[in-house]
Ligand binder design. Structure first.
Ligand SMILES: *Cc1c(COP(=O)(O)O)cnc(C)c1O
Length: 391
């Protein structure tokens, strides 16, 4: 691709069309999609209701501007509020932008309280995006290297570790918020202890900090509930969404509750494209399908099936470390770098991803059936066994 900047080491395949969990390349070869465009295509490919909603909306209005009222945007904000218990939404076009909005919101909230150097606690191995503030918040040196100077106003602690947060609280008076993924995705599908988010909520309440959950990957049904926090009994002050929200159409959102929902005033933040009628129609159709077809519940069920079946197939295999995850956010950890498996799977007609060097990651469309899930396991388990036996 001589005219495209070299930002991705792309695989040698181009897909021409898709239907459900299946993709076809330009030569007509069929693939089972267990990545869903990195947790984006929650309804799979060419979902009739999503296609219809996009076509209908495009025939009426694609874009106007946030200079005017946008009924579709207000409808989506109301829907998200009703489903999440949050109060208000700001719409943008990606996960990084949603987190950028959350970071700005936390800083402004801090300044409003008289804190001149508002500081946000972030985690090791986290991923929050590629803009300057979000790559600074990200806990991965590979994402940051070469882009210094980084943005100030962040302190980092280990994930799933309450003690280190308590330590910071003792001597840092500038903390205004904690930004955290309920389950780390890019970091290798790290699932914290069940009490972790509850403890974070308790600390934030006692210190007057904002709890800001990055649900860009976990949100919209992927973990078995519409939002991952709904499995913890707590709720955040700020939550960011993107990936699965529009079923493939770019749309991000920063939701906030209580005082946090009132922080921004006209002029503080904005987006030209954010929340346009097309993106909002896609998100509304996606949410409707997730609700009507009970796709969160299906994700919980299909995910448990895949984890059990992968465990059964790989137990005792030298080099296999563990299967972990929640809902359809699944990691198979090996004891060695396994990026090669992506290509080997592709040859067999299966699309998987590898993250954190040694974790095979599955993020299938939420519509995947039990039979399709069985096919994922039947294709993937032997590949992993062969791979581990060879080296
Ligand atoms: C993918 C991701 C992002 C970044 O989203 P973009 O749309 O690529 O900007 C942020 N946070 C998490 C948890 C993600 O998984």
């Amino acid at each position: 691709m001589p005219y495209s900047m070299n930002t991705y080491a792309r695989l040698p395949v181009a897909f021409a069309r898709g239907e459900g969990v299946w993709l076809w390349d330009e030569q007509g070869k069929r693939y089972l999609d267990a990545v869903a465009g990195v947790a984006v295509n929650s309804l799979g490919h060419a979902h009739p209701k999503l296609v219809q909603a996009i076509c209908d909306q495009a025939g009426q209005l694609i874009h106007t501007s946030n200079l005017y009222q946008i009924p579709r945007q207000e409808q989506l904000a109301a829907k998200l509020a009703q489903l999440s218990g949050m109060d208000k939404a700001f719409f943008c076009n990606s996960g990084a932008e949603a987190n950028e909005a959350a970071i700005k919101l936390a800083r402004l909230h801090g300044h409003n309280k008289g804190i001149e150097n508002p500081t946000i606690i972030v985690m090791e191995k986290s991923f929050h995006g590629r803009t300057m503030a979000t790559l600074t918040a990200t806990g991965n040196r590979k994402v940051q290297a070469g882009f210094e100077p980084l943005v100030s106003g962040f302190v980092r602690v280990p994930y799933n570790d309450i003690a280190s947060i308590n330590q910071i609280a003792e001597h840092n008076q500038n903390i205004v918020a904690i930004l955290v993924e309920p389950v780390q995705g890019e970091g290798g599908i790290q699932v914290p202890l069940p009490a972790y988010l509850q403890e974070l909520r308790r600390i934030c309440d006692s210190r007057g900090w904002l709890l800001m959950l990055d649900e860009v990957q976990t949100g919209i049904g992927r973990t078995g509930t519409l939002f991952a926090f709904q499995q913890t009994g707590i709720s955040p002050d700020v939550m960011t969404l993107a990936k699965g929200l529009g079923g493939g159409v770019p749309v991000g959102a920063c939701l906030a509750k209580g005082d946090a929902a009132e922080v921004f005033k006209p002029g503080n933040h904005g987006s030209t494209f954010g929340g346009n009628p097309l993106a909002c129609a896609a998100a509304l159709a996606t949410l409707e399908a997730v609700e009507q077809d009970k796709l969160s519940e299906r994700a919980a069920d299909t995910g448990a099936f895949i984890r059990d079946a992968m465990n059964a197939a790989l137990a005792g295999t030298p080099g296999f470390v563990q299967v972990r995850g929640i809902g359809l956010m699944i990691g198979v950890e090996l004891d060695r770098p396994c990026g090669e498996l992506v290509k080997l799977a592709l040859e067999k007609g299966l699309i998987v991803n590898v993250t954190a060097d040694s974790v095979v990651r599955l993020l299938p469309p939420l519509i995947m059936t039990r039979d399709e899930a069985r096919q994922v396991v039947e294709l993937l388990a032997p590949l992993i066994k062969d791979f581990l036996a060879q080296k």
